[in-house]
Design a protein around this ligand. Structure first.
Ligand SMILES: [Zn+2]
Length: 494
């Protein structure tokens, strides 16, 4: 692909975005639709043609979809000399879907018993391989990532930040905030969207029903003041009768490459029916008034995180302190939202300011992950001097700045305190304006943990997992990262 073609694509994208922005600025609540295709079947050659046909279907309509491509899929497209498929995909948005998808061990399997740091390193090592292939074949970084099947891990998020991938786009219930876009571990997430995830089946009646559901979701989002609808498929499902990985890797099976079987195909009329059904559904959406198709590359700019672009004011600090005394979770400051972690860092920065020069001030935040582990030993009551609280707040900030993590234990006058308890204790002193005397320890629980799923069997229903697979320790690590969860706010339209 020539450099001039890339530049033209960039100009085209910019124009699309400006059009969408000015339309939104006209006062209509913005309803965005994102189409994404998990492009993963590297066994069935006919899946290559299906991907090309879908990619061209979007290009013919001057719109784009996001193709989340498996690294091994990109590699076999080259091996099969399918430059035509690569070129068709490159006219759309290129995103990432793991190195090998369902070849064992998948991400949840290999992260299952690792701690936070080990899991981040292992995800980076294994999934960095396929990402490098994708970047080389398509000449761009991936715009987003989504896990293979149900193989989600919390450690993937820190690796994504290092990969410079700002968006997690998939459908999974491991972590979910009210079925709307949210931030988790400093990455924007579009996951479960409730009735705003709308697929169609392959019959005329199913398409009709999907169009009706789309219209209903569109109207609901318009009334909410705008939002996003997520629609996903796999190119292979247009041509096969059974998924490529179910045929080969179900229930932990891991045959060598020489024994991989081709999945059974749909008949040619059945394949045509699938493409025709999808095309009808796509046209309904493309022609729908007050609808804009956006790719994963465009989504982060629709949901800017203003906590890091504007300093927090003294009024914001007081709002956080008051809110933490009620419930330790994210806090809405009116148009921008701080996570529990950001709230704790804010209160720590406020308390850490020296007493001689203290005056209510503006604060600028740096991002930090939640703690890496849960303390086994900690105190549950006690009273500390103001100086000890202030020293502990300063130490917390230093750890967060250097390790980019909240500490698992906050040491106050040499005694171990849970970060939850320290956060609520800080909230009480900031809310009361106390800056001297003695400070009693308050107890808190991280309410935001409720947005991370329990390690229930339904979480691990993916057919590729070994029988009875679950990951209790990994979900405990995931709950610690609930410190970072908060809703994502759609960019103001005025
Ligand atoms: Zn997949």
């Amino acid at each position: 692909m020539s450099a001039s073609r890339w530049r033209l694509t960039g100009v085209f994208l910019a124009c699309l975005f400006i059009c969408a922005s000015s339309w939104a600025a006209s006062g209509n609540p913005a309803v965005y639709v994102t189409f994404w295709f998990d492009t993963e079947d590297f066994i069935l050659p006919q899946a290559d043609d299906a991907a090309k046909r879908l990619a061209e279907m979007f290009a013919e309509r001057n719109v784009q979809a996001t193709f989340k491509i498996v690294g091994e899929k990109a590699r076999v497209l080259e091996e099969r000399a399918r430059d035509d498929v690569i070129l068709a995909l490159a006219k759309n948005d290129i995103a990432y879907h793991s190195t090998y998808h369902s070849v064992h061990p998948t991400p949840s399997e290999y992260c299952r018993d690792l701690d936070w740091q080990e899991g981040v390193a292992e995800f980076t090592r294994r999934e960095g391989v396929g990402l490098d292939i994708l970047r080389r074949v398509f000449g761009v970084n991936a715009s987003c990532y989504g896990q293979p099947g149900g193989s989600w891990t919390p450690q993937s998020y820190a690796a994504l930040r290092a990969f410079d991938i700002p968006l997690y786009l998939d459908v999974t219930s491991h972590v979910n905030l009210n079925d709307r876009p949210f931030w988790y571990c400093g990455v924007l997430n579009i996951l479960e969207l409730g009735d705003c995830v709308i697929r169609t089946g392959w019959t005329g009646e199913e398409v009709k029903q999907a169009c009706t559901r789309f219209d209903r979701a569109h109207e609901k989002l318009r009334r909410e003041g705008g939002g996003i609808i997520s629609i996903f498929y796999h190119p292979c499902e247009f041509v096969h009768r059974q998924f490529w990985d179910g045929v080969n890797f179900a229930r932990g099976a891991n045959p060598p490459r020489s024994e991989w079987k081709l999945p059974p195909l749909k008949s040619p009329p059945e394949q045509e029916q699938a493409f025709a059904a999808f095309e009808t559904y796509l046209d309904h959406i493309v022609r729908h008034p007050a609808t804009r198709l956006v790719t994963a590359r465009e989504i982060p700019s629709l949901y800017p995180d203003r906590v890091y672009s504007h300093p927090l004011t003294e009024a914001d600090i007081q709002t956080i302190a008051t809110a933490f005394q009620q419930s330790l979770t994210y806090v809405d400051l009116g148009g921008r939202v701080v996570s529990a972690a950001e709230g704790l860092l804010t209160l720590s920065a406020s308390v850490a300011q020296s007493d001689a020069t203290y005056r209510p001030n503006e604060l600028t935040l740096e991002f930090a992950y939640g703690p890496a582990s849960t303390p086994q030993r900690f105190i549950t009551e006690g009273t500390f001097t103001w100086g000890a609280i202030q020293d502990a707040a300063r130490e917390l900030l230093q750890i967060a700045r250097e390790a980019k993590l909240l500490p698992s234990v906050v040491w106050v006058a040499g005694r171990p305190v849970r970060p939850e308890d320290f956060a609520v204790t800080l909230a009480s002193v900031v809310a009361s304006g106390q800056r001297s005397g003695r400070v009693p320890l308050h107890r808190g629980e991280l309410e935001a943990k409720k947005y991370v799923a329990d390690n229930a069997p339904r979480l691990w229903g993916w057919i590729i997992f070994p029988e009875g697979f679950n990951a209790p320790r990994m979900m405990e690590i995931a709950r610690l990262q609930a410190w970072t969860i908060k809703p994502a706010i759609l960019r103001s339209q005025n």
